[in-house]
Write a protein that binds this ligand. Structure first.
Ligand SMILES: Nc1ncnc2c1ncn2[C@@H]1O[C@H](COP(=O)(O)OP(=O)(O)OP(=O)(O)O)[C@@H](O)[C@H]1O
Length: 236
């Protein structure tokens, strides 16, 4: 069997006395949409920060595309195609959407992609300064900037947070449209959206993967139901 695109083994991270990532094993295959779900405080964002290289791991190994990247910088990981979505609120608010996309592409060395605005749902908004975008448009730009880097694995941490129902659906459709072009590791609290979108789901509880598999299998796993999903009537 070919090696998964991302292979994480025994990954650990502690903050002082608090063990947050407690020996994570995780495989993400090429071009799959892989959701990472779990209770508040389970360690999802910390794990994504470790994968992106923003947080140094205490132990364990991260292999990407057949190479050990555990010690590589964020930038070196992005150049290999492991990209976390940007947070535009941290960037240059008076620059336009197009300028942001050019900045992201330039930083990663990827060639420009003329269809990116349309793929991101930002058609006709290229000249708009970022501080005039709606919240939903800003979230769309964050994903678009990551796509501008031509990722092989896109790390998305709650891309639907703060969006209305229709905007969430639109974001879900854009993520679904990525299937087959790149892999996506998606952290999302909206379990219904996750089970609609994902090819596989992993459940992180207490800093370790409790279950991993196709949505239907994970959804009916008694341990997952007990630790996170609850019975059908109180499914969150
Ligand atoms: N830099 C830090 N220093 C100390 N503790 C931290 C730090 N970052 C995260 N934590 C703690 O690690 C635990 C896991 O946090 P994390 O944000 O990774 O969980 P999460 O699963 O993403 O949660 P949520 O679903 O609520 O976003 C929490 O108890 C949090 O307080």
């Amino acid at each position: 069997m070919t090696e998964p695109l991302l292979q994480v083994r025994g990954l650990r991270k502690r903050f002082g006395g608090l063990v947050v990532t407690a020996g994570v094993d995780l495989d993400v295959q090429s071009r799959e949409i892989h959701a990472l779900i779990g209770p508040n405080g389970a360690g999802k964002t910390t794990l994504v920060s470790q994968l992106a290289g923003e947080l140094r791991s205490d132990a364990g190994a991260i292999r990407f595309d057949g190479h050990d990247i555990t010690q590589l910088s964020t930038h070196a990981r992005a150049r290999r195609g492991l990209v976390r979505s940007f947070q535009v609120t941290r960037l240059f608010r008076s620059l336009s959407v197009t300028e942001h996309l050019a900045f992201a592409a330039g930083a990663s060395g990827a060639p420009p992609q003329p269809d990116l605005l349309a793929r991101a749902g930002l058609e006709g908004r290229g000249a708009a300064p970022v501080d005039q975008l709606s919240h939903a448009e800003q979230r769309a730009l964050e994903v678009a900037m990551a796509l501008a880097c031509r990722p092989r694995l896109l790390l998305l941490d709650e891309p639907m947070a703060g969006l209305g129902a229709e905007e969430s659906l639109a974001m879900g459709e854009r993520i679904a449209a990525l299937r087959g072009t790149c892999a996506v590791l998606l952290i999302e609290h909206d379990v219904e959206a996750v089970f609609r979108l994902a090819d596989r789901v992993s459940v992180l509880v207490g800093g370790a993967i409790l279950a991993s598999g196709p949505p239907a299998q994970v959804r009916s796993d008694p341990e997952v139901v007990a630790a996170y999903l609850g019975e059908p009537e109180d499914t969150r």
